[in-house]
Design a protein around this ligand. Structure first.
Ligand code: PAF
Length: 277
């Protein structure tokens, strides 16, 4: 695997392989099986797979979240080599943001709810870094996990607004054996918290099985009280239409409903989602 740290070097590399299809997997490192499934998907769909590891400071709305984000570069490199990833792009902050000039965006209602409401500026930070990566790499395909479902919708909208030809591919959530959605942030849970946190998924599954016997409000209360009983602090639970991402009050407002949640386990903030119907 080639490890490339500068834009000039990756541009040179890309000139040599431009006839081939390029798959791009952007990450912030602390790679887990979910990330590796994106690499595998890219390898089956494209000729050259490029993975980036860049902890994007401008998408963190809390400094302690940025400071505490797990950094496991040596292990990440080993995992990528095992997957036969072709290139690891490892730019630093001044390479990615040579000036202070950042773009602002209007993604409409998909970006103002849930993560957009609870993490001000987060999606603008994600959009800036993804736009920059797309301009540098000009990938044929880019792969994103569905755990960050709203991010995936924002990236699709960004691509549409910028009229880019890159095809955005969403890949299913990978879960730990107990059901906890895989996340780099899981590294920061204690072993006990990591086991206990599977209650997030189990409660979502219970809601999926029983939703028709409750109102949306009751289902939300059930979720929040299950989280509190486990000693966690629920931040939000929303039921929303899968396409518009707009929260619903009554089940009959959509024919394709997902539950979206954010829960604090100790000082680690976890998100998850599940199709309800
Ligand atoms: O999902 C992530 O890890 C990040 O938001 C991404 C897409 C790599 C952008 O920094």
């Amino acid at each position: 695997m080639k490890i490339i740290k500068t834009i000039s070097e990756i541009t040179q590399f890309l000139q040599q392989v431009r006839q081939q299809s390029i798959g791009f997997v952007p990450t912030m490192g602390a790679l887990h099986a979910g990330h590796l499934s994106l690499i595998q998907m890219s390898k089956t769909k494209t000729d050259i797979t490029i993975c980036s590891i860049f902890i994007n400071p401008i998408q963190f709305n809390k400094k302690e979240d940025l400071d505490n984000y797990p950094r496991t570069l040596d292990a990440d490199i080993q995992k990528l080599e095992k997957e036969n990833c072709d290139v690891l792009f490892l730019p630093n902050v001044s390479e990615m943001y040579p000036t202070n000039k950042l773009n602002t965006y209007n993604f409409g209602a998909i970006a103002t709810v849930m993560e957009g409401a609870f993490r001000p500026g987060h999606f603008d930070g994600v959009a800036n870094v993804i736009q920059r990566f797309f301009e540098i790499i000009k990938p044929t395909y880019a792969f994103f996990g569905e755990k960050d479902f709203q991010q995936l919708a924002v990236v699709k909208e960004l691509t549409k607004q910028l009229n880019l030809s890159v095809k955005i591919v969403g890949c299913p959530i990978y879960r730990e054996p107990g059901g906890l959605a895989m996340s780099s942030r899981n590294e920061r849970l204690s072993p006990i918290e990591r086991t206990q946190a599977s209650i997030i998924y189990r409660t979502l599954q219970k809601i999926k099985n029983e939703y028709s016997t409750y109102t949306t409000q009751q289902a939300k209360e059930n979720f929040n009280s299950a989280m509190r009983q486990a000693g966690f602090v629920p931040e939000y639970i929303e039921f929303a239409d899968v396409n518009t991402l707009q929260p619903i009050e009554n089940w009959n407002e959509t024919s394709n409903c997902f539950a979206f949640v954010a829960v604090n386990v100790g000082n680690v903030r976890l998100i998850d989602n599940l199709s309800i119907f």
